[in-house]
Design a protein around this ligand. Sequence first.
Ligand SMILES: [Zn+2]
Ligand SMILES: [Zn+2]
Length: 208
Amino acid sequence: MQFPASVDSLKSALHLPPHWVDQSVGICKVEERHDSGSEVTRCIKIESDFTWKVYAHGREINPLSSCSAISHIGGNLDPSSLQLLVDTVDRCTVCSGNSEKQFVSVVEARKGSIRSSNGDVSAFLDQSMPFIDPVAGEASHVTVRSSQCTLLTDGNSKCEVCRAYRKNLRAIVSRSTRVSSPEKRKQVDASSHTNYRYMIGKGYWSRV
Ligand SMILES: [Zn+2]
Ligand SMILES: [Zn+2]
C-alpha cells in the first residue's frame, strides 16, 4: 500500500457525510443541540504518521477496545480506510450503558461507583455523555457505565461490555432490595414471633 505524502493529500479524496467539517483540530461532526447552539459530537484527529484518535463528546475512544467496527480499522490510515473510519464514526452511537432507574439509584447509593473485590471501579454513574435511552426512546444523559465501556457502539444501543455487566447490576439490586424491603422484614418478624411462642410452649423461657 502506497501511503500519501501528507495528511492533506490523505484527505483530498475524502467525502464528508452531512454535519462533518474539516477543522484545524481534526475532522469533526458538529451537531445542533436541542437547547441552544451547536456541539462537536465526534472528532477524528490524524497525526502526520497517519495514526489516528477518535473523540466522542470530547472523550477519547481507545481504538483497540472500541466497538469492533472501529477497532478493525488499521493503525495507519490510507484514503480508503480514512473514508471507512469517518463513515463508521458517523454511524456509531453513544453506548446507553444501563440506564434503568433501579440501576442508577443503586449506584447513586454507593456514592456513584461500584468496585470489584480488588478495589477497582468496575462501573460508575456517568452523566456526561448524551445518548438515546433504549427504554424511553428519548435523549438522556444519566446511566451506569462499565469502566471498560467502548463508548461508541455500532448497531446496538449498548456495547458488549455494558450488556455483560447487567447481570452484576441485577445481583446488586436484588441483594439491596432483600435487605431493605419492608415486606421481607415483616415476614422475618412474623416467623421469629412463631419461634418465640414455640419456645415458650416448650418451657424454654422458664429454664432461663
Ligand atoms: Zn457533548
Ligand atoms: Zn458501554
